[in-house]
Ligand binder design. Structure first.
Ligand SMILES: [Zn+2]
Length: 154
């Protein structure tokens, strides 16, 4: 909850995501059958309800009463473009343009890294990379991963 509120306070639009139970299953009704454990929105209307109001975000998390929930950030509304590097191809492409990318917040994910760029970044530079922007969202720290680890700032 503290992280979600802090993101709202810095103007990022937050959404609650399903969480990961202690046994590694998703908190959604699909449980072990879920193909995206802890990585999908809790609410169907998330594109509209995503919020940067810290009071509202606090209300959401208090209503979960301690149930495991992950936190997502909706990119466009937060003025973010996030590069998702999760394979060798992405890493190679990133090396090619690394000198053109300004210093930015980075998150360690299960298989790679997320780079949080300002929304003003020139899209042409990012050709060939997996980009989350607009109505895309990212799973943000300290969200729980299915492998038992957590997303974390690096
Ligand atoms: Zn699920």
């Amino acid at each position: 909850m503290d992280a979600a509120i802090a993101y709202a306070e810095r103007g990022w639009s937050v959404i609650p995501l399903h969480g990961v139970n202690d046994d590694g299953t998703c908190t959604c009704y699909l449980g072990t059958e879920c193909d995206s454990p802890g990585k999908h929105p809790l609410h169907r209307d998330w594109p509209e309800t995503a919020s940067d109001d810290p009071d509202l975000v606090r209300e959401w998390w208090e209503s979960f009463r301690g149930a495991p929930r992950n936190v997502g950030i909706v990119c466009g509304k937060s003025n973010l473009v996030v590069i998702d590097i999760d394979d060798d191809e992405g890493e190679r492409r990133l090396e090619q343009i690394a000198s053109e990318i300004p210093p930015c917040p980075q998150v360690r994910t299960r298989r790679g890294i997320h780079l949080y760029l300002s929304g003003q970044v020139q899209a042409a530079k990012l050709t060939g990379l997996d980009i989350k922007a607009g109505n895309g969202f990212v799973v943000a720290p300290p969200s729980a991963r299915v492998d038992g680890g957590n997303y974390e700032w690096v």
